[in-house]
Design a protein around this ligand. Structure first.
Ligand code: GLY
Ligand code: MN
Ligand code: MN
Length: 495
């Protein structure tokens, strides 16, 4: 056994040197020296984070839905890109929602108490061990990846009991009763929970899958209505996004010299400076690329005479995202046909926004917007009326393609697994946040429209909070009508 492979303690870290690493061994002298001479950096008397009261309340609510059951919410793990290089980490939404923590490798467990309540334990990676060399020799040691909170610091900050995540597998395996897990974030924990269940036949397998699905669905249902703190976070995300859109307009001349990549990169700079990241892959689509709904190559040219569709959102450091789209004429002025298409989408969005109000069915805003689009397309001779027939058969969808909006929150398509009776077929409630984003897309190869329409794509997307009185457009800081968009470009594009 080589020097650096010798276990030194019960939880010893054993590492394998990199095949072509330049230091293939560690001398006893260096090993001993590296153990000593480090200051005590433990932070004491930390105040809880602002979110701690909210996360405690959320944990109580989800626990109350499953009395007697053990509930497991993994954060997820780093995903390897190649060798010892990882993709950027983003904590699982449910985990972050219930803890306020955004680090990798942890797991929240709500252990059932005999009184029907739950005891929360947050399992986290502890600080790196300095005795066995892990902190500087391990690929994930703190000298490589940065200082972590100690378990004590995390407990103070997050307002929840903490434990070493390496003890979690044992704790789960020895636990009695029913355990439910939010699946798909941590394969190792999923497998441990599988092992707790004697799924011998098809029926019990289905029952076992239901246990976990019920947990994910209950949490998505719960997240549909945002509390005040969440609304403030979403507004912060939207405000940063508005600034990011202004940045892009100011960078249009450089984008014309380069490509859509300059648009994406300009927005990303704002997202990283003010937030955690973008909340989803930015869509920077110019000309015919705008007819591809999720265009993310962002490598096409930005040319005068074409429309630039930018669909982008900043994600806050607390993991709430905006989702906003503006479509703008690169030259600063819409052509007559571009304006006509734009103004119809705008009218559809106005109708959609007006249909957002508490007590209204969730489907109302979609139907209102689609009716306006269908009427307009009939008026242009692209569809044959009457409008009710078009809507019944969904014929406008050849050009409108997607739904008019979705819930928004920590995930861009938020609460996607919630029950249909409270979401798709439910009613809007104060505190819900959704996007209203109609669009029209005439594909470059669509022979059903006159040639001049082909390659035009327009989407306008805003983020709307349902209030007690009606609605608040959170992204109202950005120009929206065709005239206002032109004035915006006239004012902000450097000439
Ligand atoms: N950015 C994706 C969407 O608008 O839904
Ligand atoms: Mn979008
Ligand atoms: Mn959207």
């Amino acid at each position: 056994m080589s020097e650096q492979q010798r276990p030194e303690a019960e939880d010893a870290f054993v590492f394998t040197p990199r095949k072509n690493g330049q230091a293939q061994s560690v001398s006893d002298e260096l090993t001993a020296w590296m153990r000593t001479g480090w200051a005590d950096t433990e932070r004491r008397d930390l105040e809880p984070i602002e979110q701690a009261g909210h996360t405690a309340r959320r944990r109580s609510a989800i626990g109350a839905a499953f009395p007697g059951d053990r509930l497991v919410f993994p954060a997820g793990r780093l995903l390897t890109r190649s060798n010892d290089t990882e993709y950027p980490f983003r904590a699982a939404t449910d985990y972050a929602y219930l803890t306020g923590d955004t680090s990798d490798g942890g797991c929240l467990v709500l252990n059932p108490r005999s009184d029907g309540g739950h005891e929360a334990v947050l399992y986290l990676k502890p600080r790196s061990n300095r005795d066995n060399g892990e902190f500087w020799l391990g690929a994930y040691g703190e000298l490589w990846t940065g200082r972590r909170n100690s378990l004590g610091e995390a407990a103070d900050l997050l307002g929840v009991a903490t434990a070493d995540v390496r003890t979690l597998p044992g704790a789960l395996r020895s636990a009695a009763g029913t355990t439910r897990i939010v699946r798909g974030h941590d394969a190792e924990l999923d497998a441990i929970v599988d092992g707790l269940r004697a799924d011998v036949d098809e029926e019990s397998c289905a029952k076992s899958a239901r246990l976990d699905e019920e947990l994910a669905v209950a949490l998505a249902d719960h997240r549909l209505v945002k509390d005040e703190w969440e609304v403030a976070q979403l507004q912060k995300a939207v405000d940063s996004t508005v600034r990011g859109f202004h940045d892009v307009v100011g960078a249009l001349p450089r984008a014309k010299e380069t490509s859509e990549r300059f648009v994406e990169g300009t927005f990303f700079l704002r997202a990283r400076v003010e937030g955690n990241d973008v909340g989803y892959g930015t869509i920077a689509a110019c000309g015919p690329n705008a007819t591809t709904l999720h265009w993310m190559h962002n490598d096409g040219p930005v040319r005068d005479g074409e429309l630039l569709l930018l669909d982008a959102g900043v994600e806050t450091t607390t993991l709430y995202t905006a989702d906003v789209t503006r479509t703008m004429p690169v030259s600063g002025t819409f052509t007559a046909l571009q304006r006509r298409v734009y103004d119809l989408v705008y009218a559809a969005q106005e109708a959609g926004i007006a249909a957002v109000a508490p007590g209204r069915p969730f489907t109302d805003f979609h139907e209102a917007a689609q009716r306006v689009l269908a009427e307009g397309l009939i008026g242009w001779g692209l569809l044959e009326g009457p409008v009710d027939r078009v809507l019944e058969l969904g014929l406008q969808r050849r050009y409108s393609l997607h739904g008019t909006g979705h819930m928004l929150g920590m995930d861009v398509h938020d609460c996607a697994v919630s029950r249909q009776e409270v979401h798709l077929y439910g009613e809007l409630k104060p505190g819900m946040v959704l996007t209203v984003e109609p669009g029209l897309y005439f594909q470059p190869d669509d022979l059903t429209v006159p040639e001049e329409y082909r390659g035009i794509g327009v989407r306008i997307e805003d983020d709307v909070l349902v209030t007690e009185e009606g609605r608040r457009v959170m992204s109202a800081g950005l120009p929206r009508s065709s005239a206002d968009v032109e004035a915006w470009l006239a004012e902000r594009v450097p000439r």
